[in-house]
Design a protein around this ligand. Structure first.
Ligand code: GRF
Length: 202
């Protein structure tokens, strides 16, 4: 199964997916890493691992127009699935629709809590016992869509957003590759998945 990964920066989750894919038993391979910033550090890392990369700035472009360029690259690479990994761009409805049931995202909170930004700060401020991360199917709503897996991470006394983020990141790296591997190896009818996503969106 062929997977394209979209990133915007550091790309540590992309690296975790890539390293996990080196195991013989891994059911997916990374065929493309694309970024909306040609200087994204993760692109260099992927290129050094022999993965095809594509970096293109979204600046000055309409969202749908930019997404069509990315979509064309992903299809050219023959990808069956997309993994968003720290991709900090909202996606156009057409793009999301075109990959319904075949695009996953990782988010650094225990969804449905704390969609959007500053998740760790918000969890600490709320006095939560745990932060964590979630992998979900991407739908038109930001950080929405069916949750496929989660890892809770205990908040320690004295934690700040950075210290919590660093521990959650360790959990993210494990959760994402495991969840992606499980998801792509399920003998599921893609139409069924699209149906589920459609129902949830309705
Ligand atoms: C991760 O915490 C991810 O959950 C969030 O942005 C961060 C990206 O980090 N959406 P990286 O680029 O994968 O290192």
């Amino acid at each position: 199964v062929r997977v394209a990964v979209l990133i915007s920066g550091r790309g540590s989750n992309m690296a975790a997916l890539l390293y996990a894919a080196k195991a013989e038993s891994c059911p997916y391979e990374i065929v493309l890493v694309a970024a909306n910033d040609p200087d994204a550090a993760g692109l260099k890392l992927a290129a050094a691992e022999g993965i095809a990369t594509f970096g293109h700035s979204h600046k000055g472009m309409k969202r749908a127009e930019f997404d069509r360029i990315i979509d064309a690259e992903i299809r050219k690479a023959g990808a069956d699935y997309i993994a968003l990994a720290g991709y900090m761009r909202l996606l156009s409805p057409e793009f999301v629709e075109g990959w319904a049931g075949r695009m996953l995202n990782i988010h650094p909170s225990l969804l449905p809590r704390y969609k959007g930004l500053h998740t760790h700060e918000r969890a600490i401020e709320a006095g939560d016992s745990h932060g964590g991360c979630s992998v979900h199917i991407v739908t038109a709503e930001l950080d929405d869509g069916p949750v496929l897996g989660q890892t809770p991470v205990a908040i320690l006394p004295g934690d700040d957003a950075d210290s919590l983020a660093a521990r959650v990141l360790i959990a993210e790296h494990q959760l994402y590759s495991r969840t992606l591997a499980d998801y792509v190896s399920r003998e599921r009818d893609p139409e069924w998945i699209v149906g589920q996503v459609g129902e949830l969106a309705a």
